[in-house]
Design a binder for this molecule. Sequence first.
Ligand SMILES: [Zn+2]
Length: 154
Amino acid sequence: MTGYDRDILGEEAAPPVLRPWPLPNRDTRPFWEAQNRHELAFQRCSQCGHVRYPVGPTCPECLSFDFEWAASSGRGTVYSYTVVHHQTHPAFPAPYTVVLAELEEGPRIIARLRPDGRPSGRGPQGMRPEIGAKVRVEWEDGPQQALPVFVMES
Ligand SMILES: [Zn+2]
């Protein structure tokens, strides 16, 4: 009998399921620390102005090592999405929707789509947003790291 089975049968509370968390390194630590302040940070190239994402040591446009951190508005549009029906980790019960959004600053980022009023990962979900629909970033605080989720912009 698994912990899940015991919970369903009401015999014993299941232990909390821990989700995987990012492991910051020297290059990515400022990015993750900004997220804990509920800021979506990008690297902006000091030489050509290109907005870099994901975090990396050099600009993919001009190969410069110089950059500054810049905060995103967190607003964008749905570029693509997928509805996950097959649960691959106990901390992420399916179904849920993962959105690839193009942000106003240019980069595309991936995050779960949270239906308003519900924490992500708690069904019923599986929303199918329209391509081009407006979304914005909100935050879910975890014990180690705040992570972005998308919500539909009304
Ligand atoms: Zn550059």
